[in-house]
Design a protein around this ligand. Structure first.
Ligand SMILES: Cc1ncc(COP(=O)(O)O)c(C=O)c1O
Length: 369
């Protein structure tokens, strides 16, 4: 395939394979139809009716660019969290913000510390800015915080990333552990604490805002994609000190936020009763997935997220066969990418019809293996 001859050496060196294969691509490639979309940690319970109404109402204004300062949403988030709007930066989901964070900190060749098998989009951005990934294995299916800290110090790394609660394992550390890690970190290292699942875990897993807000080297990332059910809207935000949060203004796409998405996020934040209802459904669906796993002699791991990671008891090939087999029944799930985590499958919560199809299909798939 002919391509332009003067891409940067960095871009020329990157693999051309697409790292993220979505359910739509699987449908196209394999000629199958997804009936139960429980693989991408979306929220099949959907957004609040009040959110859909707000989006419809905002539709007529779609000819206008959005407010480049995202003033209203930052004010609303600040009031919700008990910080000032200067502590907040808005972006197109955590995924976009992760790219901006790497860009703010990393020059080609610099070390970046994360987990081996951790959230892959972060690694994708590190590669795109030429960072050098330094990975730390999980220990007992949990993120090894001591290992991360050792690696940061050994490498004099300017950036470390982990998620709490974690994807892909669903595990979590209590807040005091996270705060101790943050306080032990050299101030020359920026810590990304990815809290995509902040609403679905136990309160004890979420450090208070006050416990970290004074630290300019801590950036907490959160999203409307999970508990709020707005993955397709692409709204995420950063909580940090005003100085660090404002650095995003130097590089972000100031007209990048979609007006309908901002209207949706504002309405979602107002409807905390709906959020509580959905979080209850998420907890119940986690139990349902765990029961289905156990009924098939598989071992569900404890989860603080909107998915359950299930130990299938063998290796990556076996887990892959389950994932592929379920897809033949229209059940889209995923699995961790790296050994030994890839002995597991990962099932997102969803409405009862999805759970029922999983319950029906899983034993049939396992029987064929
Ligand atoms: C740990 C983690 N961070 C970020 C994201 C993506 O969030 P967003 O939709 O806000 O980009 C996910 C989604 O699966 C995730 O698991």
């Amino acid at each position: 395939m002919s391509a332009f001859s003067r891409f940067t050496p960095l871009v020329s060196s990157l693999p051309s394979t697409v790292p993220f294969v979505g359910p739509e691509a699987i449908e196209r490639q394999r000629g199958l139809k997804v009936e139960a979309r429980i693989g991408a940690n979306e929220n099949g319970f959907g957004p609040a009716p009040s959110v859909l109404a707000a989006m419809r109402e905002a539709g007529g204004d779609i000819w206008k660019y959005n407010d480049p300062e995202n003033f209203e949403l930052r004010e609303a988030l600040a009031a919700h969290l008990g910080v000032t709007s200067a502590n907040i930066a808005i972006g197109g989901g955590i995924d976009e913000l992760l790219g901006q964070i790497v860009r703010l900190v990393i020059e080609p060749g610099m070390p970046v510390v994360t987990l081996l098998g951790g959230y892959p989009t972060f690694n994708f951005h590190v590669a795109g800015f030429g960072g050098r990934l330094v990975t730390v294995p999980y220990v007992n299916d949990r993120e090894d915080l001591d290992g991360l800290l050792d690696a940061v110090k050994r490498e004099n790394a300017p950036l470390v990333y982990f998620a709490n609660p974690d994807n892909p394992m669903g595990s979590w550390w209590d807040a005091d552990k996270i705060v101790a890690f943050a306080r032990a970190l050299p101030e020359t290292c920026l810590m990304v604490l990815d809290e995509a699942y902040s609403e679905t875990g136990p309160a004890s897993a979420l450090p208070s805002i006050e416990s970290l807000i004074d630290l300019p080297n801590i950036v907490r990332t959160r999203t409307f994609s999970k508990a709020y059910g707005l993955a397709g809207a692409r709204v995420g935000y950063v909580i940090s000190t005003p100085g660090t949060a404002q650095a995003f203004d130097k590089i972000r796409n100031h007209f990048g936020m979609n007006r309908l998405a901002t209207a949706a996020a504002l309405a979602a934040l107002k409807d905390q009763a709906y959020l509580a209802e959905v979080v209850g459904k998420i907890h119940a669906a986690r139990e349902r997935i765990s029961d289905i796993a156990r009924a098939n002699q598989l071992s569900p791991l404890p989860s603080a997220t909107n998915f359950v990671t299930v130990d299938a008891g063998r290796d990556g090939t076996y887990a892959r066969a389950i994932v592929d087999g379920l897809m033949q029944h229209g059940v889209f799930i995923r699995m961790p990418g790296v050994a030994p985590l890839n002995r597991c499958i990962r099932v997102s919560v969803g409405p009862e019809a999805d759970m029922a199809l999983l319950e029906k299909s899983l034993p049939q798939v396992l029987r064929t293996l």
